[in-house]
Design a protein around this ligand. Structure first.
Ligand code: FAD
Length: 334
C-alpha cells in the first residue's frame, strides 16, 4: 500500500428515515478541523434514498464536497449494501481519514469496512488530532475500564478510521453562504450482495428519551437513596425545562432505565447545565458529562471527586438541597 496516495477526510453521514443524524453534523465539524490542519478537502458521504435536498445541509455544516449514493435499497440501513457502497467509495477515492458515529449503525458498519478494505479502526474515540510531525491521526479513547486514555495510531495503512460517540465533538454553526460540489455516485447492488430482506420495520413503543438533546440535565446517583426519589429530581428538571438522567449505579439497581445513563457505557452529554445529585464522580461517569457547560454538584461528602469537575459545589443532603432549590425557583418565577 502506498499510503501517500491517500488524501482528504471523509465523514460517513448517517441517516434514519431520511433525517441526517446529529452525530454526523458533529463529525463534519471535527472533519473540517482535521482537513484544515492537513490542508486537504473534506467530503461527506451520504447513502440514502430521495435525499438530494439534504445534501446542501452537509456543505453548510463544513463539507467541501458531498458524495451521494441514492438508491431505494439504501432507504433503511442494511449491513451489506452499505458496506459495499462505503467500501467501494473508499477504494475509489482513497481518503486519508474516515470518521463514523459510534452509533448502532456506525458500530455495525465501520468494523466490516475496516476488514473489507484491510485497515485499522479505533472505536469510541473521545479526541482526534493530527500529529504535526508526520500527519498521522492521533486517535484517543478511554481504555482499561476508563482508567487510562490510550492514543492509538495507524501508521502503515490507510485510511485511518475511527468511530466517535455522539455528543463528543462540536458541530459548526450552520453557514448557508458555504458552497460545495455534490456528486451522485452509482453503486450496483444485486441479489448476491444481500443475505436478508427487511420485510417490515416495527418501532419499539417507549417513551422517547433523548438526554443528549437536553439543555438542562438533573442527574441522580446512588446518593438519592431509592427509585421513588427520582420524583423530586423530575420536579426540579420540570422547573428548569430539562430532563432527568442518571449514573450507572442507579440504572444497575433498576431505579431508572438505561436510556437515562450518562457515562462511558451510557450516553455522552454536553448540556448547558448539568446537576449531579448524589453522584460520586467516578471516572466512567465523568467521561460522559465533564464537557457540560456548567456543572452543579450536590453531595454530602466534601471529598467526593465530582467536586473536582464541578463549577459550583453544594456540600449537603440532596433531600434538603433540592426541595429548597425548587422552592427558590418557584419564588423567582412568581
Ligand atoms: P456511588 O459511587 O455509590 O456514589 C454515591 C454518592 O452519593 C457518594 O459520593 C455519596 O457521598 C453521595 N451521597 C450519599 N447520600 C447522599 C445524600 N443524601 N445527599 C447527597 N449526597 C449523597 N458509571 C456511570 O455513571 N456511567 C457509566 O457509563 C459507567 N460505566 C462504567 C464502565 C465500566 C467498565 C466500569 C468498571 C464502571 C462504570 N461505571 C459507570 C460505574 C462507576 O465506576 C461508578 O460505580 C458509578 O458511577 C457510581 O455511581 P454513583 O456515583 O451513583 O454511586
Amino acid at each position: 500500500m502506498n499510503i501517500n496516495e491517500y488524501k482528504g477526510v471523509v465523514v460517513f453521514v448517517e441517516q434514519r428515515e431520511g433525517m441526517i443524524s446529529k452525530v454526523s453534523l458533529e463529525l463534519l465539524g471535527k472533519g473540517r478541523e482535521l482537513a484544515d490542519n492537513l490542508g486537504e478537502k473534506m467530503t461527506a458521504v451520504l447513502i440514502g434514498y430521495d435525499m438530494m435536498d439534504k445534501t446542501k445541509e452537509l456543505i453548510y455544516y463544513g463539507a467541501d464536497k458531498v458524495i451521494y449514493a441514492d438508491d431505494k435499497i439504501f432507504e433503511v440501513y442494511m449491513t451489506e449494501p452499505y458496506t459495499k457502497a462505503m467500501s467501494t467509495i473508499i477504494n475509489d477515492r482513497k481518503p486519508e481519514i474516515v470518521l463514523f458515529g459510534a452509533t448502532a449503525i456506525g458500530r455495525d458498519l465501520a468494523p466490516r469496512i475496516s476488514a473489507r478494505i484491510h485497515t485499522g479502526l479505533t472505536a469510541d474515540c473521545t479526541s482526534l488530532e493530527i500529529d504535526e510531525e508526520n500527519n498521522n491521526l492521533l486517535m484517543t479513547r478511554p481504555a482499561f475500564g476508563g482508567n487510562i486514555l490510550a492514543t492509538i495510531i495507524c501508521p502503515n495503512y490507510r485510511p485511518q478510521m475511527s468511530t466517535v460517540r455522539p455528543g463528543v465533538m462540536q458541530k459548526l454553526e450552520k453557514d448557508t453562504s458555504r458552497a460545495g460540489e455534490v456528486e451522485q455516485y452509482k453503486i450496483d447492488i444485486n441479489e448476491s450482495d444481500m443475505t436478508y430482506k427487511i420485510l417490515e420495520v416495527v418501532k419499539e413503543e417507549k417513551e422517547k428519551i433523548n438526554i443528549e438533546d437536553a439543555n438542562v440535565l438533573v442527574s441522580g446517583g446512588r446518593g438519592i437513596g431509592k427509585a421513588d426519589n427520582f420524583t423530586i429530581l423530575k420536579e426540579l428538571a420540570k422547573e428548569l425545562k430539562g430532563q432527568v438522567s442518571a449514573s450507572r449505579a442507579v440504572v444497575d439497581a433498576g431505579w431508572i432505565n438505561k436510556d437515562h445513563q450518562v457515562g462511558q457505557t451510557g450516553k455522552t452529554v454536553r448540556p448547558g447545565l448539568y446537576f449531579a445529585c448524589g453522584i460520586s464522580g467516578a471516572i466512567q461517569h465523568l467521561a460522559g458529562m465533564e464537557e457540560s457547560d456548567f456543572i452543579i454538584a450536590i453531595n454530602k461528602d466534601s471529598e467526593a471527586p465530582i467536586f473536582e469537575v464541578a463549577d459550583l459545589g453544594i456540600v449537603g443532603d440532596v433531600h434538603k438541597v433540592i426541595p429548597e432549590l425548587i422552592n427558590q425557583l418557584k419564588i423567582v418565577k412568581e
